[in-house]
Design a protein. Structure first.
Length: 75
């Protein structure tokens, strides 16, 4: 079976290399922007801190999801 396309090898190598360079640049830009956002908004809470709030029945915005006299079904 023959080649479907007759491409020059230099063009294939060039475009693969350019694609890798562009993807690397995009990754660096995403990293820098993420650092800037974390400076402004802060780092989100970890699961351990969040589990304490869930157990007490309060969300971060202060609304109550379950109170001390909330009934559980199935018990």
């Amino acid at each position: 079976m023959g080649c479907r396309y007759n491409r020059p090898s230099w063009a294939t190598g060039l475009f693969i290399a350019l694609g890798a360079i562009v993807a690397g640049a995009a990754g660096i830009m995403m990293h820098r922007e993420g650092k800037k956002v974390k400076k402004v908004e802060g780092v989100p809470p970890k699961d351990i801190e969040l589990s304490h709030d869930i157990e007490s029945g309060e969300k971060r915005n202060g609304s109550v999801t379950k109170g001390p006299d909330a009934t559980t079904e199935g018990r």
